[in-house]
Design a protein around this ligand. Structure first.
Ligand SMILES: [Zn+2]
Length: 334
């Protein structure tokens, strides 16, 4: 496959977008996607709310979609946004959790405008070394780089961490300076997946029996902001796992007991700080699955994918718009 710059595809990197978001006290949505319907819903939501948006794929999602198809999907997303009436779409194609220099390089060569190198499981010095190498290559092509310090709990594709470790504020200056990264993902208690906390970490609502998760470590976030004023901070694992979607899934044959996420008030609070990118993946999966399960239960005779993926797309779009307007505040920011 011939190399291509993201600029030829009409995409943008995260630099200006993040600077504006930090100043303006809001966060850019980073929605993971694997399918055409998710991509369409993301673009429709971003255009309707006049929001910049990051479409991101993990290494596994990239393999699932195929890198060549992905490149044209990203280009298609930009053209689709224009067709929907957005004159200057601000769309980023971002690699989520890049695991090696080679994966990041391959994405940069194939039209990504932003990559994450996740060296958070490595010793501090090795994380710096790897991140620096990716930054050196990426910046040659004006591609922005997200790095990570601290470990999140939960499952991200094949990467699973048993225990989380909060980011150490005393390490962030050295890390940011030595690596030259453009943004930093931190660990303050968010977690990957739809089961973000074990029941024993939570309290239980006496009336509904639903789990109430422990609060995020805002003191750690504050300490990091103090060390790196104005530096773009990223929150991973920030789905809120809407209980109405979980209930719909369970009502129509699913089995997701005790699925729990990050309350939206906490994300709202984070978005007002130096947190300028909030990653949301599970909520889209839940919205899609709930809509499909409901559709099949109510229409057992139907088998045309458009019949059940159409409502799924609508449901995801509604969720994306809600996040943009009611949680992240990135609407009307183009
Ligand atoms: Zn993540």
């Amino acid at each position: 496959m011939k190399k291509v710059s993201y600029k030829e595809l009409g995409l943008v990197n995260t630099r200006k977008m993040f600077a504006k978001a930090v100043k303006g006290g809001y966060a850019i949505p980073a929605f993971n996607f694997n399918t055409m319907e998710q991509m369409q819903a993301i673009v429709q939501a971003a255009v309707e709310t006049k929001s910049p948006v990051i479409m991101q794929v993990s290494k596994g999602a990239r393999k699932y979609a195929n890198p060549t198809i992905l490149r044209y999907m990203a280009q298609g997303a930009v053209e689709y946004a224009k067709e929907l009436g957005c004159k200057k779409p601000q769309i980023v194609l971002h690699l989520d959790h890049g695991d090696s220099f080679e994966t990041c390089k391959s994405c940069i060569d194939m039209g990504f405008s932003s990559v994450m190198i996740d060296g958070s499981s490595l010793p501090f010095k090795d994380n710096i070394k790897l991140t620096k190498k990716v930054v050196a290559y990426a910046h040659k092509f004006d591609v922005t780089v997200e790095a990570e310090l601290g470990v999140l709990a939960g499952v991200e594709d094949e990467v699973a961490a048993e225990e989380s470790h909060y980011t150490k504020p005393e390490e962030v200056i050295e890390f940011a300076t030595k690596t030259g990264c453009d943004s930093l993902a931190i660990s303050i208690g968010t977690s990957h997946g739809a089961y973000k906390f074990k029941p024993e970490q939570c309290t239980r609502d006496k009336k509904t029996g639903k789990l109430i998760p422990p609060p995020l470590a805002f003191d750690v976030l504050k300490a990091i902001e103090k060390k790196l004023p104005g530096f773009p901070i990223v929150l991973h694992g920030s789905s809120s796992v809407p209980q109405d979607e979980v209930d719909t899934i369970n009502k129509f044959g699913g089995k997701l007991p005790d699925a729990v996420g990050i309350p939206e008030e906490q994300l709202r609070k984070a978005a007002k700080s130096a947190v300028c990118k909030i990653n949301i993946d599970s909520d889209s999966r839940l919205a899609m699955t709930a809509a499909v399960r409901k559709y099949f239960a109510e229409n057992p005779g139907h088998f045309d994918p458009r019949q059940y993926l159409g409502p799924a797309r609508e449901s995801m779009k509604k969720m994306y718009i809600h996040k943009i307007v009611k949680v992240l505040g990135s609407n009307n920011k183009l």
